[in-house]
Write a protein that binds this ligand. Structure first.
Ligand code: PLP
Length: 432
């Protein structure tokens, strides 16, 4: 019935998350409301970290992909678990720095970093910069030279792997805006150029083949391809690459029928491939980075809404309209992503209907989902949408000048605000 272990029903028949009554949370903090369960975040961090210890002798770092969900509190929690962090913009870097994150454990990504971003990364001594293209390499070399610095860099590589996921979230194939292509020789030429640079240190290669991937095979395939390339660089250029960043993209359970592998399985399987390939190719086992985002944040979160209108269109569908929508939950309109939902104050009741949950924005496509099995919902009921901890708050907008909802963390039944709800004055704050 529930997509994650932090959800339950209490004696009042209310949905709980991390031991907190969601109906009470809705009353206390108002809706729409993002709720994150701290223990679920922590447990995912530990499981990934332990899997590197167990299967790869601890020779690696789990970097939380903060684009999934970033705020000061999230950075502090992830930092306290000993993880690293992957940031994709100066805003994410700034958040992590302000949260006191150990900058040496931060990797900086992006397919089109600005000079301002590169300067910020170099000035703040972030652990490594994942360089996407030659223009960036040359600009970074200049920026570093001017500062007398020599940042560690990795190259983002397109390994040419088909990851069996939605086209918009695939990133490893040759027709992608991210990274250097292997097949065309572009990546090899770029490596030569980086080795010749005096003010950057090429210490690793990176790939990230996509997102919400259930099948482990493409990850194994990607690891092999990357190690082959490391071997080629060693053999032909006599240059050793010691870091291998295998990205993130591990699928999670959005729907009851989804059945992702346990978080440990990835490292269990990929470690074997890495060890075997390294010994076959005669190269050293690299230090491994992995970058889970969704699988750390999504299962920890739910979104609470209040039902307004109920609109029954005979023989067509029933719309249940909520006080949020695409502005706080944009994944449906972007990718037709599916979610499970429940009427949080009727959590023990049967799901007697199939409904369309609609948002309040001025777009017909502004839906949470269609054909969703749900308890009978009426005005004033609280709807909880599951597994919204990733790519919801972080992708939220002020479309229709809606105020962004608050984010609350719960921990063993206690709740606290991590991000305040925007006020009307926030909406016009930058207007002149
Ligand atoms: C988005 C992204 C991730 C995280 O992906 P998830 O699907 O959230 O695990 C990791 N690495 C890179 C480079 C990314 O762009």
């Amino acid at each position: 019935m529930f997509v994650s272990e932090n959800l339950n029903v209490n004696e009042k028949g209310h949905l709980t998350i991390g031991g907190a009554d969601t109906v009470e949370l809705a009353e206390q903090y108002d809706t729409p409301l993002y709720v994150m369960d701290e223990q679920t975040v922590r447990s995912a961090c530990r499981r990934f970290k332990n899997s590197i210890d167990k299967y790869y002798g601890g020779q690696g770092l789990v970097c939380y992909a903060s684009k999934a969900f970033s705020c000061l509190e999230m950075c502090r929690i992830v930092a306290s678990e000993g993880l690293g962090l992957d940031a994709v913009s100066i805003g994410e870097l700034y958040t992590a720095v302000k949260a006191g994150f150990d900058v040496s454990k931060i990797g900086f990504h992006g397919n089109n970093k600005t000079n301002e971003e590169l300067e910020f990364a170099v000035d703040n001594k972030v652990g490594h910069i994942i360089v996407d293209n030659i223009s960036e390499l040359l600009r970074l070399e200049e920026i570093a030279k001017y500062r007398n610095a020599k940042p560690d860099i990795m190259f983002r590589i397109k390994p040419g792997i088909d990851a069996h996921t939605h086209d918009f979230v695939k990133t490893g194939q040759i027709d992608s805006k991210f990274g250097f292509a292997l097949e065309t020789g572009e990546a090899f030429e770029a490596v030569k150029q980086a080795i010749a640079c005096e003010n950057v240190n090429l210490m690793g290669l990176h790939c990230h083949i996509g997102s919400q991937i259930f099948d482990i095979d493409p990850f194994e395939e990607a690891a092999k391809v990357m190690l082959d390339f490391i071997a080629k660089i060693k053999n032909e250029l006599n240059y050793e690459i010691n870091g291998l960043n295998l990205g993130g993209g591990f699928g999670i359970k959005y729907l009851n029928e989804h059945d992702p592998a346990p978080l440990e399985t990835y490292m269990e399987r990929v470690s074997k491939v890495v060890k075997n390939t390294c010994s076959e190719r005669g190269i050293n086992q690299p230090y491994i980075f992995i970058e889970p985002g969704r699988s750390i944040a999504a299962p920890a979160g739910i979104t609470l809404y209040t039902v307004g209108a109920r609109k029954e269109i005979p023989n067509i569908r029933t719309y249940i309209s909520i006080d949020g929508g695409m502005a706080d939950s944009p994944r449906y309109i972007l990718y037709k992503s599916e979610y499970e939902a429940i009427v949080a104050n009727k959590a023990n009741e049967e799901r007697t209907e199939k409904v369309t949950i609609a948002g309040k924005c001025c777009e017909s496509g502004d839906l949470i989902g269609e054909n969703m099995p749900l308890q009978h919902a009426e005005s004033g009921d609280i709807i909880a949408v599951y597994a919204t901890g990733a790519y919801n708050y972080s992708m939220s907008s002020n479309y229709n000048r809606l105020q962004k909802p608050a984010v609350v963390f719960v921990n063993n039944g206690e709740s606290r605000i991590a991000v305040k709800r925007e006020t009307l004055d926030d909406i016009i704050r930058n207007d002149i």
